[in-house]
Design a protein around this ligand. Structure first.
Ligand SMILES: O=C(CO)COP(=O)(O)O
Length: 130
């Protein structure tokens, strides 16, 4: 699967913890991320991450373009709902496109754990069947 990781600044520690916990699962997939989030995940896990530009510099739009090109299967976007973002229109556009193309999208750690846990279980099921 192609999975994108994005986190606002106050959520970066959370997304790094998530990536560390699910590192073995994530290694089996293609991981994309906005610039700063991606670098934080690389530093903490050593896994390969294809980094787009930083969110405020167009990274959300680049991910939006990937969604509309059918290049993403899952998005983990830990948003900060308490801090206004200068690039709010880009964020809204990304969220809208994920609904247009019906891409599974987690916007908080609770949903992110369900999605990544589901991904892990799907692998377990595939392994048992093999
Ligand atoms: O701003 C972001 C998402 O809207 C995230 O971008 P960075 O990962 O570059 O901080």
């Amino acid at each position: 699967m192609n999975i994108a990781f994005i986190a606002h600044d106050k959520k970066k520690d959370e997304i790094v913890k998530l990536a560390v916990y699910y590192k073995e699962v994530l290694k089996k997939h293609v991981i994309y991320a906005t610039g700063t989030t991606g670098q934080r995940i690389i530093d903490a896990t050593g896994i390969e991450v294809h980094c787009f530009k930083s969110g405020p510099l167009g990274g959300d739009q680049q991910i939006g373009a990937y969604i509309s090109d059918d290049k993403l299967d899952m998005i983990i976007f830990l948003r900060d709902p308490l801090t206004p973002q200068a690039h709010e229109p880009d964020i809204s556009a990304l969220l809208r496109l994920s609904d247009v193309y019906e891409i599974p999208l987690a916007t908080n750690i609770g949903t992110a754990e369900i999605l990544l846990g589901g991904l892990k279980n799907i692998e377990d099921i595939v392994n048992v069947v093999k």
